[in-house]
Design a binder for this molecule. Structure first.
Ligand code: AKG
Ligand code: FE2
Length: 279
């Protein structure tokens, strides 16, 4: 069971004979029977962003604008009556805070929409199993990563690209290692198992900054390390799934390995148990 180095420093590895053609088919069938959905793109922060921008406005510019409105009412329009002036201040504060919150919301929506366009594939995280191909992948990955345990693995995600679909250049790791703690924190390793081959054009996994195109055969896998063992983000591992040009679909199965136990979205308990505890 051969491991080939495709790139040194940073390491990008090609693993031979991870799955047989039949096992690749089996995973595709399992994914189809569970049902695939438009692939998500993480942008967890958006509701928080909106609330924060609203609060920021309410405590800073909103108050100043309220005071300005009072000055204008008093000096320009000669308004003397205190309750009226208070109403002008409060009204200005409320209206501009609402407008700022709405603008922030629209911006966040826009940003989320933009992110969704980055990944046009469909996918499913396998929760049934464990099926033999799933266990085979996890065992092979565990053997490659002696310092990690399966509790740090995310569930196997099967991804389908149809003609024209792609994944824009991105990083699997977070710039800030503390992000995404429920998902086990920093992404230390990515395994991509290729379930189809002889693609009729496009569909390579491209590492732009390494000038490396990877397009393995069915049953092979690519392993790389988006952050180092200390969790430091490695910008050299930017990569993308090139647009699929031909008429065949591209199918891959992905496992992300995190710095700590994955609380949310990890391997199903039965899979962990089958792998031997998952401590
Ligand atoms: O489709 C590919 O070749 C790359 C997939 C990938 O980078 C990802 O799912 O994070
Ligand atoms: Fe990726």
């Amino acid at each position: 069971r051969e491991v080939v180095s495709l790139h040194r420093d940073p390491d990008v590895l090609l693993l031979h004979d991870v799955l047989t053609a039949g096992e690749c088919e089996e995973l595709i069938e399992t994914a189809l029977s569970q049902g695939l959905e438009r692939s998500p793109v993480a942008y967890a922060g958006w509701t928080k962003d909106v609330a924060e921008l609203g609060r920021l406005w309410a405590s800073g510019p909103g108050i100043w604008l309220g005071l300005c409105a009072v000055l204008v009412a008093f000096n320009v329009f000669g308004m003397q009556d205190k309750p009226h002036l208070a109403a002008v201040a409060a009204g200005t504060w409320t209206a501009t805070t609402a407008a700022a919150t709405a603008a922030a919301g629209a911006f966040a929506q826009h940003r989320a929409q933009g992110l969704i366009q980055l990944r046009t594939s469909s996918s499913v995280a396998l929760q049934s199993g464990p099926s033999p191909p799933e266990l085979k992948i996890m065992r092979r990955l565990a053997a490659c990563l002696p310092t990690s345990t399966p509790a740090q693995f995310e569930a196997l995600t099967v991804i389908r690209y149809e003609p024209g679909q792609s994944l824009a250049p991105h990083f699997d790791a977070n710039r800030v290692p503390e992000e995404d703690l429920r998902r086990g924190g920093q992404t230390l390793a990515t395994l991509l198992v290729y379930l189809t081959d002889h693609l009729s054009g496009g569909g390579e996994t491209r590492f732009n900054r390494l000038d490396l195109d990877v397009s393995p055969n069915r049953g092979q896998a690519c392993l790389f390390f988006p952050a180092d063992a200390e969790g430091t983000f490695d910008p050299r591992l930017e990569h993308e799934g090139r647009p699929l040009l031909g008429s065949d679909d591209k199918w891959i199965a992905r496992v992300w390995v995190h710095a700590s136990r994955v609380e949310c979205g990890g391997l199903p308990p039965a899979t962990l148990a089958a792998l031997g505890g998952g401590s």
